[in-house]
Design a protein around this ligand. Structure first.
Ligand SMILES: Cc1cc2nc3c(=O)[nH]c(=O)nc-3n(C[C@H](O)[C@H](O)[C@H](O)COP(=O)(O)OP(=O)(O)OC[C@H]3O[C@@H](n4cnc5c(N)ncnc54)[C@H](O)[C@@H]3O)c2cc1C
Length: 211
């Protein structure tokens, strides 16, 4: 019996976790092809450390992960899905046949407000570092960290606010730091207990929260 052909589009955490779990669960019953425009994978959560010159996120080789788990890597991207023929077209014009398809291409972050520093990950570390330098140099006496409305991942805003406050405190500075959020409570989606603890940490650092 030939192996069930699985195509995974996306080499982010979702695509790679799926690949690893699938190989573990299904063994040789599946053949896996991973479609990834990037040859590298980093944990985006750690990107908040970069502006503070803390250790940067480790870079993983997507090809090595595929090789370790018996998957074929196509350095390409998903262009179109054709359900009737169970095929996909890639950006380079190739056609791949699948029995099962997992689309894990993530979200496309975009700035929520004009004329502000937006933090989407490592690509914005330099801008955030500039903001930090303004605080360190006493050029900025107040900073608002704003969680945008709509679909968003609010955690980095709190991390950036707390780390900025910690850095300023270490330098004997006391800029007014405010977190503005549409959430009913800070990081409310993590539940009451977690939210209360975050709130405690924010107050300890003198950070004002406006919900
Ligand atoms: C600053 C920041 C901090 C975060 N901190 C945390 C945290 O502490 N904890 C937490 O749980 N989450 C955190 N998140 C959220 C977390 O990073 C995302 O939930 C996670 O990355 C989503 O994984 P994903 O694989 O679905 O998408 P992504 O990580 O976006 O990966 C999608 C992949 O698909 C690829 N791709 C895009 N288009 C195509 C295409 N057409 N064909 C093939 N591949 C394509 C991309 O190149 C990318 O490699 C944070 C996010 C940010 C931005």
């Amino acid at each position: 019996m030939s192996a069930h052909r699985v195509v995974i589009a996306g080499g982010g955490v979702a695509g790679l976790e799926a690949l690893i779990a699938l190989r573990e669960l299904a063994g040789d019953a599946v053949s896996i092809t991973l479609l990834s425009p990037s040859r590298e994978f980093t944990i985006r959560a750690l990107s908040v450390q970069e502006p503070f010159a803390k250790p940067s996120a480790r870079i993983y080789d997507v090809g090595a992960i595929c090789a370790d788990h018996g998957a074929e890597l196509r350095h390409d991207a998903l262009e179109a899905v054709h359900r009737e023929t169970r095929t996909i077209t890639t950006m380079s014009g190739e056609e791949l046949v699948y029995d099962s398809l997992l689309v894990a291409i993530g979200a496309r972050p975009s700035p929520a407000f004009p004329h502000v520093t937006t933090f989407r990950g490592v690509q914005d570390a330099e801008a955030m570092h500039g903001l930090l330098q303004d605080v360190e140099g006493g050029w900025s006496s107040s900073v608002a960290f704003v969680v945008p409305p709509g679909t968003t991942w609010p955690l980095p805003i709190y991390e950036l606010a707390l780390m900025t406050a910690e850095r300023a405190e270490g330098l004997g500075l006391s800029p007014q730091i405010t977190v503005v959020t549409p959430e009913h409570a800070p990081l409310g989606l993590f539940g009451e207990e977690a939210s209360r603890r975050v709130d405690d940490q924010l107050s300890e650092r003198g950070i004002i929260v406006r919900t």
